[in-house]
Design a protein around this ligand. Sequence first.
Ligand SMILES: Cc1ncc(C[n+]2csc(CCOP(=O)(O)OP(=O)(O)O)c2C)c(N)n1
Length: 297
Amino acid sequence: MPSLVQRVRDADVLLVLGAALGDTETGGYQWLDRATTASRLVHVHVDGQTLGALYPPQMAVQAHPATVAMELARRAPPAGEASWSDWTKAARADQETFMQPVSVSGAVNLSLVFGELRSQLPASALVSNGAGNYAAWLHRFFSHDAFPTQVAPGSGAMGYAVPAAIAAKLNFPQREVVCVAGDGCFLMSSQELATAAALKLPMVFLVINNGCYGTIRMHQAARFPERPMATTLSNPDFVALGKAFGLAAWRVTETADFAAALREARAHRGPALIELVTSIQDISPGRSLSAAEVAER
Ligand SMILES: Cc1ncc(C[n+]2csc(CCOP(=O)(O)OP(=O)(O)O)c2C)c(N)n1
């Protein structure tokens, strides 16, 4: 099967809805060639300054991606099978394969955890995240099946997940809200648990604890193998921390225990926290930290 990157390279037209086409979406500016975008990129972004800033588009559309998506959904599809429908069906099948769980070396498998989160939550639930490699697991194995349900920082800022989830719950009290934060990300704004406790907000905080600023460790492993620097975290006991703020709290050290912990946390009448203890080896889906080091040696 051609990789997603190959599909992007081969496509006659790229309709980019809402992505800024920065570092992350372009594999460090490797996947898209500036020389080709002027003849095949239709770029939709809400911020006019983003359009054309990195890649010259053939057509720049300053609009909210949701508006454009809803407008496109109103159009009648081409009559009969389009000549490219095998290609799009194959791409869709590849995407579904990509979302299948992967194996990990630690005892908590985030691909299964986020699959369980998807199957328990209603489609209307709001899920927040900040920045860190844990978010790559979330975005790959949890699908947002309704709009708008994703509460995430376009800037890639850590510390966003906790206060954003609280704001989401205050604005949408009827909806379920789950905050997903890495240990590093969570500790940047965890004092806001006091707000969730004071307002008795029924919501769930997931803390993905790999004992590390994992994203930074991954880059260190790739560039300076076996020379990690200042990325190991001396974490508090997250369950004790949650309880100290007045939350109900659970620690999950085996994948199989997550489903029951999540059910209890969701049924709790106030804020609840679940710490998931993961291995730093499982740095990203399908790639271990040691493999990242070996690849660069
Ligand atoms: C406010 C802020 N500071 C620093 C960074 C740079 N940064 C990106 S990811 C990351 C580490 C994230 O660690 P953690 O939340 O534990 O998640 P992990 O990568 O381990 O899954 C850092 C320091 C950032 N994105 N935002």
